[in-house]
Each structure stands twice: as C-alpha cells, then as structure tokens.
Design a protein around this ligand. Sequence first.
Ligand code: NAP
Length: 873
Amino acid sequence: MNQPATVSEQFDAVVVGAGFSGLYMLRRLRQLGMSVRVFESADDVGGTWYWNRYPGARCDIPTTDYAYSFDPELEEAWTWSEKYATQPEILDYLRFVADRYGLRSDVEFSTAVASASWDEQEGRWRITTDRGDEVSCRYFIMASGCLSVPKSPDIEGADRFEGQVYFTSRWPHEGVDFTGQRVAVIGTGSSGIQSIPLIARQASQLTVFQRTPNFSIPAHNGPASADRLTQLAEDREGYRHAARWSRGGAPGELTDILGITASGEVRRQRFEAAWEQGELFGILGVFADQLVNPASNDIVAGMIREKIRSTVNDPGTAEALSPKDHYFGTKRPCLDTGYFETYNLPHVRLVDLRTQPITTVTRTGIDTASESFDFDAIVYATGFDAMTGALAAVDATGRDGASLNEKWAAGPSTYLGLMTAGFPNLFMITGPGSPSVLSNMTVSIEQHVDWIADCLAHMTAESLDTIEPTALAESGWGQHVRDCGAITLYPTANSWYMGANVPGKPRVFLPYVGGVNAYRQACDDVVSRGYLGFRMTGQGGERCRDGVIRSMQPDVAMVLEIMAGMGLPPLETLPVADARAFMAATAAVRPPAPEVGEVTDGVMRGPGGDLPYRLYRPAEPGGPHPVVVYFHGGGWVLGDLDSDDPLCRDLCARSGVVIVSVNYRHAPEARFPAAALDAFAAVQWVAANAASLGAIPGQVAVAGWSAGANIAAVACQLARDAGGPAISGQLLISPVVDSDMTRPSYAENGDGYVLTTALMRWFWDHYADPADRGDPRVAAIRGDLHGLPPACIVTADFDPLRDEGLAYARALKAAGTPAGHIRARGHTHTSLTMVGVVISGAPVRAEIAEALRGLVGPVAAAADALTESAAAG
Ligand code: NAP
C-alpha cells in the first residue's frame, strides 16, 4: 500500500476510483504527462468488480464487448473463458490491466475522498480524504461508478437480527458457506437473481422476499459467441468502431419491425430468437417500438410471462414471479442461470411482499404481516443509490462556496453528464445525463475518458486551465435528456433509473436514452463547434461559445434523418400531379389514426362548385357539441381530406368538439383568392347548418394548419367585414400570414426541415401573382386586425414560418384581439401533425386541444382561456 499523500502534495489531476474508468483515466492522464493521484477506498483495483463478490456475480454484457478496446495488444493478451465472465475473472482482468500498465503506483488504496472544494484564487481543487490527506489538483475527476454506493436497508428492525447479515454489494472476500443454513434473500434485482440459484444449492432452506417481480431471461452462458469472435478476429478495429457507433455500445442489427404491426408469426419468431440468444440488447430490441409503445411492449412482456409460467411448476408462485407492474425494460432486466427453475426446488420458497409485507426484522428472523420466519442468515440484495450516490458522497463545494448536493437537491443537472456549472474542472465519468447504465459501460467509459483527455490536451495546447459549462448549455442538455426520456416508457417505472428505489430521492430519469451513437455525436459536435457551451479560461485568454447542442425533439430529428436517408426529391422539383401522388402515397403508410365517435363525408356548396367535407364527431355521449371548421395544409396546392385526417381525429378526440374538415379548391388550377373564398363560404355554410350537423349553433370556430391556417385567418377577416357569421375563435397552427420571406426564421430554418424556403416559393408561385401577395386575403397580417375572433397561434421552433406566426400573434394583440401562443418546442413545420409517428407532438397537441376547447365556447370565455394560456406560455 502507498503512503498517504502529504498535505502539501499537488497534482495535475486527482481521480476518485480505480475501477474500469479510473484505471483508464489514469493511463490517459499519464500519457498527457500529468501528475496524477487516484484515491480508491478498496485495497485493490476493480471498483464494482472488487466489491460485488456474491455467488453467481457475472457481467451481463458479453465479455467480447465488456472489455477495454483502447489497446489492441491488450486485447490480444487476454482471452475470456466464457460468454459472461464471472466476477473473479473480471477482477483478474482489471488487476492484469493495472499491472500491465504499471498503474498501481499512482493509486492510494484504502482511502476515500471525503471532500473537495474549489479554490478560486488558485484555480485548483483542494481534496481531503478519510485518512487525513489534503492534496490539491487542477482537475478533479470522479470515476466513482454508477452503482457503487449500496442503499442502506430501509427495513424496520434491520439492525436487530442476531444471525449473519450479508450484502451482495459487500460480500466477504473469503466467501460464505451456507451449507445446512436457513437463509433469507431480500431483493430480486440482478444481484438477487444471480445469487439465488447458487445460494439454493447450499442452504437447507431458502426464502426469497420479493417486493417487485423482475423480468429475467436465460443467459445461456457458455463459450463466447463464435460469431462475435469471428468478427473480432477478422476486423477488430471495425468491430470496435461499430460498437462505439451503436445504440447500446455493442454491435448488432437494429430492427425496423414494429411490434404493433408485425404478424403473430414474426412476433413469435423474433422473440424466440432473442430468447435463445440470451443477450440484453437482443431482448430489448425484439421490436423497434417496444420501449415507446405500450402495446408493443405488452407483446414481449406477455411472452416472457408465458416462459415463466411454463418453467415454474406451482401456478401461484409462477404468477407471483410474473412482472405486471412495469413495462419490460423500464426496470433493468436480468440475465439468469436457472433462476425461475430454482423455485421448483422443495426447500426454496417465494414470499410475495405485495401480499404479506415485512413488518420487521427480528432477533431471529423476519416477520411479515401474516407469518414469522427464523433464519440463520439474511442476504440483502437491495440495490444502490444509483448514478448520483457516489457523486453525492464527496462533499463538493464549487464556485462561491456552492455545494453540489444543494445544487442537485431536486435532481442532478449536468452538461453531457460530464460537468456541472459552478464546479470548474470537475469531471464525471458516465455521470447522470449520459448513456452510462443504459449502455455497455466499458464503451461509455472509454468515450468519456477519451473526451476528457482530449479536452485537457486541447486546453494545455491553448494555454487554458479552467473549463466549466455555461448555465444555458447545461439547461439545454437537461431539457434534451428529459425530452429523450419522455418519448419512452422508462419514466413510467419505479426504477433506480428514476431514483425511485431510494426513499426521498428526487424522481428524475437519470441516464440519457438517446443512444451511445447519438450521444457520441453530440459530444463530438460540441468539440467541433469550438467547445460549444463551455467557458475556458487561462493565460490563453477566455473562450466561450455559448449555446445549446441539441434543441430539436429527438423523434423529430430521427424522422428527419430517416427522410434524409431516403434521398427523396424535393417536392418543388416535381410536377404538381407527382407531388400530390407522393403526398397520397406517404399518407397511405401512416399508423392507424385515433378513433373518434363518428366520421361522415359530405358535400357543401362553395362559390366555385361543390366542396367535399369530412365531419368528425367525438365519442363522448351527449351533444350537440361545438363545431370547428378546419382547413388542411399543403401550400394551397397539396393536401385533401385524407392528408390531415389523423390530425383532425386527434384534435376531435382530445377536445371533444365536432370538426368539419373542408377541402377547398387548389392552385394552380384555382389561384388566389379561390381558396380563401371557399374557406369563407364553408364557414358560412357550417354556421347556417350547425343544427343539422349536430353542432351547437352560434359556436363556430375555425382552425387550420399551414396554408389552411392562412385561409382560416382570412375567413375571420372576411366574416368580420361581412358582418357575419359570428366566429368564436381561430386556431392557427403554423400559419402562413405573410409573403415576406425576410424574417429570421426563414434564414434559420429555410433548409433541412421539410418545409423549405424553396418549397414556400413554389407554393406562392402556384397560388398568387406577385402583385397579389400583399393582399390581406392572403397576407393576413397586412389586413385590419381589429375586432377579430380570439386567436390561438401555434408556432414550431424549426419552421421558416415561425416568426410570421409570432408576428401575427403580436399584431392581433396590438389591435386588441386576444391572441394566445403555443410554442411547439423542438418541432418542425410538419412534425406536430405526424400523429402516431412523432410521439413528442402529443403533449403539444393536448395543449392545442385544450386551447381549442376555449375557442369554441362563448367569445368571452375564449378570451379568458387565451389570457391564461398566454400567461402560461
Ligand atoms: P436492484 O436492481 O435495485 O434490486 C434491488 C432489489 O431489492 C429489488 O428487487 C428491490 O425491490 C428490492 N428491495 C430494495 N429495498 C427493499 C426493501 N426495503 N424491501 C424489500 N425489497 C427491497 O439492485 P441490484 O440487484 O443490486 O442491481 C442493481 C443494478 O446493478 C442492476 O440493475 C444492474 O444494472 C447492475 N448489476 C448488474 C449485474 C450484472 O449482471 N452484471 C449484477 C448485479 C447488478 P423493488 O424493485 O420493489 O424496489
């Protein structure tokens, strides 16, 4: 063991922890010529693999992938004996690595860092340890692991038990012999599920106390996968590259098969293949939509429950072991070897704490609400204070004496999971807000270590010595992390991913679920954009390019990426007929639209002939309902009743109003002002026929999207000028209200977000002569805006039309017309309307439906509702 460092020792960097991350970090820092001290609370290297020595402990990512990849010679020098290596083998590997690179000499073992405080004057961290060391360093790097602080047993009477007590996470080095003993295991997460079959082999009686049944699949352990070994042998670097740019950190095919649309045969075949493969990413990726769509998830979950029922002999026990309270994958699933089979042994019993909760641990055992048990030993497999526990364990004080634990009282806030504002030069490896525990940890660790080392090399080269994220960059990243989580089922579970396993811990979805590949790209983009969102200072001056690295909704970005990959011709390069055919073809492959009470098609009279309409009636009993006349989008050229059908259904179902979607005449066959005149005529017709449509007379509102919103807005002006009909409100979703293309959103969003500047020009050219483009019957913003119905205007961030929508809301208000605004954050012009495809659009449409309910009421109520929504916005 090394001598404790003296008070005066100064290092370039201090690293906390000598597990996978600390060891590699040390190596990289040394390569940069830095002096480093690693503090490790254990008496050897290994981190999680040092502590978790319980019987059956193994990795659950194949060892071909669960290893360092930074040195090809190291890879040649080590051969794993199994598909999933045991804890002793992985610990041996880490010892081998430490020895191979001579790393131990910089590690102070049996020493935990107690506190760290930033010395503003010196621009250094002062570190104290539990052994009384006090050292200083320029860079302080927490390599302390995501699952390293055990949760203290929150069970009444836990300290009363007089028999043997064991924690899977702090298992005795000499091992435990349970032969002939009556043993209790509390907890059925990965640690419990791995250890229970082996403890059952020795114990005379084993009682498992289960609070939540867990999904587990057989690991099918054995020799390493021949397929993976061949791939590695043939092209090691290619294999590692594929892992680094994969979703989870291990190479593998991603499917685009959806559970909800796959045939029964395909579902079964894909599930059984994943079951046989025995890998986490396989079973988590049976269907592309299983972690976002409850119905798809239920298919996989149901098949796993079937397997449990066919394995466990006693139907009551099988039922109790079958998880039903969370979606598959939203709590970390387990890989096991004979776990469910163990319950068929005569000396093994499951106690379901849902039916008989533990009341107390006693001197001799455990009492539940209905039974008393005596034991010789209790094993706690009760988990960890995950992701933030080890970071919180160091009392860190940053700029101006701010405490990290206070800053994070409502949940952690980081930039990229790497740093946090106010704590300069403090790095976290696989911190909250990075893929970490959702990925192959070794790949994520190497990525973080490399990013940090490259950053420090850059700073040294530029004579900079302090780095810290900006508040803007950090809050933007936090929003992105939440946005990614929100489109998945993860936040619905009481998991340790959510901090839900630790009483009092804030409920925040801790890891980044956007994928290892997307995350790596974000980190690389931050660097290539001049360390966007970081402030760096030093002799080389001060550098800060502030900004947010990802502000688009993740599913919107995904759709754009898929569209870009399809190499579609720009619409404006097509003849109109082809553009319309293309739109119809895309409409035909949409997922099923929401159900409403009734859909009927009809025809009304318009100024230039019949106008087809489609009426959507809500399912709610009662009625009549208020009515909204809706106009579809499509630049006055494209679109029809089918194109906006999902949006109309969605709005009808959410708002409970009757929607009459009207197809108007299109350009270039019928140019300006045909569409606007049709819109006005349609409003007149619906107002006159409200009663026969089953709607409330006198409560007619208008709505539209894009060019449809344009003619809806114009219809309101025409109705006011004509003295009727009375319109109670106008909902304008991403409206065209002006022909002026010089507003900043055209420059920012004019290319790459589906509706482009070129396409808008094409639309204008087809609809209106240049001389007409200032006419208020198309440039609504140039009309008289007094005395118009209350409006709700929806704008999308990545829309060329964003700024004219905002300008219209401002102009209406200036003219005394109530106008609320809903911002579709991170959306494009079209993404909000992609019902069932872009999940992040749903909450915005819920907000729109809420506003619509206000707009269809009596006019005064609509104005009140809008005032509230504007205040909220
Ligand atoms: P865990 O997944 O958090 O499981 C803890 C178990 O203890 C749960 O069943 C939990 O029930 C139960 N529990 C906690 N407090 C309890 C209480 N007061 N009364 C009754 N039951 C209680 O912890 P873990 O099994 O140690 O695994 C944690 C993570 O470590 C894993 O998810 C995995 O990421 C990693 N790990 C990996 C491996 C591997 O294969 N490589 C092995 C072990 C661990 P509730 O679910 O109701 O809270």
